[in-house]
Design a binder for this molecule. Sequence first.
Ligand SMILES: Nc1ncnc2c1ncn2[C@@H]1O[C@H](COP(=O)(O)OP(=O)(O)OP(=O)(O)O)[C@@H](O)[C@H]1O
Length: 570
Amino acid sequence: MGLTRNGKKGSVRRATSSEGFGSASTYSNTSSFGSLADLGNDSSVDDLGNISVVVRVRPLSEREIQRNDDTIIQVVSHEQIMMRPDVKPNGQSALSGAQSTFNQTLTAKTFTFNSVFDQTATQSEMMDKSGVGRVIAMAMEGYSTTVFCYGQTGSGKTHTLTGPPHLDKPDPFSEEHGLIYRAFVHLFDRLKENTKSDCTYIIKASFLEIYNEKVIDLLNLSTFKKPLQVRWSRASGGFYVENLFTVECEEFDDLLAVLEEGMRNRAVGSHGMNDYSSRSHTILTVHVISELQASEEGVYLSRHGKINFVDLAGSEMTKKTNSQGKTLEEANNINKSLMVLGYCISQLSDPRKRNGHIPYRDSKLTQLLSDSLAGNGITLMVACVSPARSNLSETLNTLRYAARAKHIRNKPVVVMDPREALILSLKRAVMALQEENVHLRNLIDLEKSTSQQPERPLTSVIRSANSEQVSLTGAALDTPRLSELPAHEAHQLLHSLLQENRALRKENADLYSLREALLRQQEAVTKHNERLIKQIEVKNIILEFITNKLLCNFTDGGEQRNDEERIQRK
Ligand SMILES: Nc1ncnc2c1ncn2[C@@H]1O[C@H](COP(=O)(O)OP(=O)(O)OP(=O)(O)O)[C@@H](O)[C@H]1O
């Protein structure tokens, strides 16, 4: 690819492997708090669903340290996080003297997630333990996947996804690279491992932002003036962005160029809580299209997986961020779209409401995330929080949303329409062949019984083959919908059907030749019979002639004897 904009090629550099990304070290827990007994519990341990939720706690910022802000977050285990606003660093109770209305906010709370990362977690630990590897593997299998970062402004979302702001000209071996860069490295490593298989992959990427409810293509500057439209596709049953520029990426560098170009063009501003605050939501989509040769006859299966990397703008209390003018308008739009997102998440997490109306259309963000939240995808939510007491209510809100998101249940499917169609057509062909097979065998049995010929070796061979053959199709027809089958099972089914189809075709061809042979034999026997009948007829005629002759002779002889007797008597 040559990604160009304004005649310039995107700045690219090469990183061929995951060198420099060391293996993860162990988690560490800060245990500056007292006993864990008698704590409120907002969520329970849940089985790993299609939406997994991890939490990352960033370190206290310079501003927070200067303000003497204290830490109210404790990572209890790899899966549990606890808020202890009721205890001050000196061990005193924060409740003493506090107004009773605040007491509820000040009680300790524990939350359980798929993973929890404390302030010391490195970028490489995030990559290795958050589940991004699973997301990439699923995208390569053909699933639609999403990694999105959620949290208040300044909580570390952009840091987690792309790294710190000064990583504009990234060193390929920097420890500070975020999940996106590491995911690219991981993806290309996996693709290289796959070069020996029959599967070929095509990688494409697009990068958009939602700024003040307008969709802008970060790889196409003209859309800054003329934003893109979000449309509903009846065919795919989801929302899509019309005319979004999608770049084919043959190499790692091409994908990196897309990331760098988009990061340069996205809206960033400064406010009281973050010097490099994202003023828009961004969605970087990596499409992983795979083609697998399914049969020697040149049948190809294509699967369309994708990974959406979503960097949400952070919710902000405009009083705290001192937002004014343009920044205030941005903050209002950000808060509004996040409110709609929060509402959709809470509806979807409630089993009584998830099948009702979900207001995706109330914001561009929820329209474009609808598939990740409730559709057929697999989603990893990274909730980012600040450990500071001054951000108590924002952190509590984030953890509550994250806990709700964990209860959402969706149904992942491989996007494989052409394959499904192929499987169905193969099943139909197998059924037709089986019917033909039964019909042929009946015909042969009939012919055999009429010709009364001894069973020939070919018949017995086919007989034994038939009795040993197990029909896969019959079983397959009873299976649940193909779309519900895991990819590898669908693959197996397809291969079995192809095999069974080939075996049936061969068997039917053998049956046809056997039938031909039997017909020929029958014809020969009939001809032979006809010849015999003719011979018998000829012999009958001769016999009749001889008999007549004999009779005549006998009659003539009798008359002669009578005459002689008469003469003798005379
Ligand atoms: N885990 C971390 N380790 C070190 N520094 C961090 C970490 N997380 C965030 N930071 C720093 O905190 C600051 C704010 O982080 P970042 O810009 O990623 O927040 P954000 O959630 O994306 O904010 P916004 O919503 O305003 O865009 C940055 O300077 C970032 O480098």
